[in-house]
Design a protein around this ligand. Structure first.
Ligand code: PM9
Length: 471
């Protein structure tokens, strides 16, 4: 076959092509702009892709958060919204779906993931506590720090090397965790903060063997495990694909088994669950639930809506059922891989193995002449937008923020620019256009200059910081 797509996919997977398990019923026009228009937009946005108007974007790969296309069933569910202030029937549907697929006992709804992170951090973390995690996530770590905790990264070393092909780069290093427990004492560790998959490591999964062993270690010291389940469906897919004994198990079965090793989870439903807004927190401990259910009314809304409309909860309940379908998750991950395979065929440096929700360009290798103090990932996101109107996201030094103790930039080992694929939104032809643009920017890499930060907000600076090009 002459088509390079078939050559590569055939070589890699040894089977026939996959296709999306849906067809398109409604479309939203997008427009291509001129390079002059894009330069103007970029200058107005202070070289930060978060500050662009979405109308000025051609293919939007900023995030997979809240950007999914809902199904006809979810839209039908929106019409069944029960907008009662208290006791909405849609809440009970949502509760049932979380109990059925994740297996946790009690549910607290929140407006999105960080609402849930706020509640769990505020409830469990006290000043002086240490919170071990398999790499940081921006909002998660900030809430843990605001509650008085000190974040400690206990992910395996391989996760910090973009070229390392370890199949489960999201795994917790039990040695690092046990060393921390011995150093600070189990009483000072309120919980292990476990994410599946690990966003900042490149969408990398945690194995079932690792979470099982983690449970064993935590039980010995009496430490609970709380899971960031935001992209757990994708994690389940990688277990099915790569871990012995799971090939014939469904995504739903794997998800539930994984969650059974944890004490509860928080969720940004805007990702895996195929909705535009929503989140939740679920736990097994009745006393903790009472506290969380009381706190949610202070910060989010009543405990039967938590900041969501009834119609949003209905779409979310339906989305959970669609998201665990094996065909859905396979098409989702394979589309990401399709893009990544095109890029690796052109020897463009990306994080390997290809993760679940995005391609992460390795900006340190891409722009080896730009030091981290000049923000190579931010520069790459700006150059990509300039080339073709494709919007990506910085996941390097700007996202890492400043060390709360020293006030210095934190320079992460992974300096990445993320091309995030929304679920059920773009076609393979869009992926071809994206790959060609990345290639054009790569070919011109020697001409790129770094950026200087001219405005820096106090919290989560990557959202609102402004930059100017260096001469
Ligand atoms: N993730 C993302 O684009 C949204 C904007 S960047 C902060 O990847 C994890 C693993 C996430 C996540 C958001 C949240 C917060 C928690 N955990 O955005 O508040 O990837 O719903 O969730 C983004 P919310």
């Amino acid at each position: 076959m002459s088509n390079p797509k078939f050559r590569t996919m055939g070589k890699q997977f040894g089977r026939r092509s996959w296709a999306e398990p849906w067809k398109i019923k409604m479309v939203e026009p997008i427009k291509m702009t001129s390079r002059d228009d894009r330069l103007k937009s970029l200058q107005e946005a202070g070289y930060n892709t978060f500050l662009l108007h979405s109308e000025d974007v051609y293919i939007d790969l900023l995030t997979d958060s809240g950007t999914s296309a809902m199904s006809d069933r979810q839209w039908a569910g929106m019409m069944l919204g029960d907008e009662a202030y208290a006791g909405s029937r849609n809440f009970y549907h949502l509760e049932e779906a979380v109990q059925k697929y994740y297996g946790y006992r009690y549910l607290v709804p929140t407006h999105q993931g960080r609402g849930a992170e706020h509640l769990i951090s505020r409830t469990l973390i006290k000043p002086g506590h240490y919170v071990p995690a398999n790499m940081y996530f921006t909002t998660t770590r900030l809430h843990q720090e605001l509650a008085g905790g000190t974040f400690v990264d206990v992910i395996i070393d391989e996760a910090h090397d973009p070229a390392n092909e370890h199949p489960f780069k999201g795994n917790v290093s039990l040695e690092k965790l046990e060393a921390l427990i011995k150093r600070v004492g189990a009483d000072n560790i309120p919980y292990v903060s476990l994410a599946g998959t690990v966003n900042m490591a490149g969408g990398q999964p945690v194995s079932m063997a690792n979470v099982r062993a983690l449970r064993g270690l935590c039980d010995r010291y009496g430490i609970p495990i709380y899971l960031d389940a935001t992209r757990m469906m994708e994690n389940a897919f990688f277990i099915q694909e790569r871990e012995e004994g799971y090939q014939d198990k469904s995504i739903a079965t794997i998800l539930k088994e994984f969650c059974s090793f944890t004490d509860g989870a928080w969720m940004s439903a805007k990702k895996d669950h195929l909705v535009n807004i929503g989140g939740w927190l679920a736990v097994n401990d009745g006393d903790l639930f009472d506290e969380l259910r009381n706190l949610v009314v202070v910060y989010e809304g009543l405990h039967t809506y938590g900041g969501m409309a009834g119609r949003d909860m209905e779409a979310l309940a339906i989305g959970i059922g669609e998201a665990v379908e094996d065909d859905h998750i396979r098409a989702r991950v394979e589309q990401v891989r399709y893009l990544g395979t095109l890029l690796t065929d052109w020897e463009i440096p990306i994080v390997k193995p290809i993760g679940g929700h995005a391609i992460f360009l390795d900006a340190k290798s891409f722009y080896s002449h730009i030091p981290q103090s000049q923000f190579p990932s931010q520069t790459l996101a700006a150059e990509l937008y300039l080339d073709s109107g494709i919007r990506s996201m910085e996941r390097g030094t700007v996202s890492a923020g400043r060390d709360p103790e020293t006030g210095d930039h934190r320079y992460p080992s992974l300096e990445l620019t993320r091309l995030t694929i929304p679920r059920r939104v773009y076609t393979q032809a869009h992926m071809d256009v994206v790959a060609e643009s990345v290639k054009a920017v790569y070919d011109a890499r020697g001409e790129a200059r770094g950026l200087k930060m001219v405005y820096e907000p106090r919290y989560l600076r990557f959202f609102q910081a402004r930059f100017e090009p260096l001469a």
